[in-house]
Design a protein around this ligand. Structure first.
Ligand code: NAD
Length: 290
């Protein structure tokens, strides 16, 4: 049986370390690190995410600035708010909750964020910095995956990694991060031919597809390390109930691989922990402490 990579415990530990770093920062700077979160509209899932981020930010001892705007906010007003947050010395990190309501240009809003405050790592400047090896901010989910991999495996150099999924927020930055760790990286996607065969060669598999239990145990190399990013809601055995599953068929995979993240309790909790980590890092860099 595979070892379970306990993302929940790792994330709790990371949040504790961030809280210690926040206390140190606040003592030196005479202010707390600040994270501004912008929510436009009433999307219920986004409201839950924003509430959780607020709680986690305050829980880590940081300042949380919430900006809730109506769904009919104009592009101009939203850009003006981003500009105001860019200029605000109390704000170290800016996060605009996606998706934005229809009619707003998501890309233009994200690109308006100062890259030095881009704690979500979504601007093209952040993506470019990651690609060229410059200091910048890495998207929280792939950063969390990398932390779990390094904790489990130590040095990743020379390992063969297959990432399934090529999105800008998970697959591509994940590939860059693993390349930076000197892995031999393959990015697989919806047009990849004979995916099971591609996956079978990998010491490390990161699945970020959004297809419930797609990756089967017999696709995986014995002893591989598997990071399952997928979050899929499917019907549960009990009538009318649902449950969360990943992109990897956990039951069959855990017969073959060396270690695997569960869903839930694997990658999920790492995302907010890494947002706090990035915000503290942004604050330290802005004050010249890092
Ligand atoms: P996305 O839809 O943007 O990208 C999915 C990728 O999967 C695409 O690049 C596509 O080419 C690839 N793909 C689709 N079908 C495929 C197939 N049959 N074979 C191989 N590749 C295929 O999704 P995303 O935003 O990268 O998210 C992926 C999953 O991760 C989703 O389940 C999402 O909910 C989850 N997610 C979790 C977290 C977290 O905090 N744990 C964060 C972000 C995303």
């Amino acid at each position: 049986m595979a070892d379970i990579i306990d993302g929940k415990a790792f994330a709790a530990d990371l949040r504790g370390k961030v809280a210690e770093g926040v206390a140190e920062f606040s003592a030196k700077a005479g202010r707390k690190p600040g994270l501004a979160v912008v929510l436009v509209g009433e999307d219920p899932a986004s409201q839950v995410y924003v509430r959780n981020k607020h709680k986690a930010t305050v829980g880590a001892g940081m300042e949380s600035f919430e900006h809730r705007l109506p769904a009919d906010t104009s592009q101009e007003d939203l850009l003006a708010l981003v500009a105001q947050l860019n200029a605000d010395p109390a704000v170290d990190g800016i996060l605009v909750q996606l998706p934005l309501p229809e009619g707003l240009d998501e890309n233009a809003v994200i690109q308006a964020i100062d890259p030095d405050k881009d704690v979500d790592g979504f601007t093209t400047a952040s993506a470019g910095r990651l690609m060229t090896g410059l200091p910048g901010f890495v998207a929280c989910t792939p950063l969390g995956c990398l932390m779990l991999l390094k904790d489990r495996l130590g040095d990743l150099s020379g390992k063969t990694a297959v990432i399934i999924g090529r999105s800008n927020i998970v697959g591509k930055p994940m590939a860059q991060l693993l390349l930076r760790e000197s892995c031999t990286v393959t990015i697989a996607h919806s047009r990849t031919k004979d995916l099971p065969e591609v996956v079978r060669g990998a010491d490390i598999v990161v699945a970020a597809v959004g297809r419930p239990e797609m990756v089967k145990g017999d696709w995986l190399k014995t002893g591989a390390t598997v990071i399952d990013v997928g979050i899929n809601r499917v019907p549960a055995a009990e009538e009318g109930k649902t449950k969360l599953v990943g992109d990897v068929d956990f039951a069959s995979a855990s017969e073959t691989v060396g270690a695997i993240t569960p869903v839930p309790g694997g990658v999920g909790p790492m995302t907010i922990a890494c947002l706090l980590y990035n915000t503290l890092e942004a604050a330290n860099r802005r004050e010249g402490f890092a």
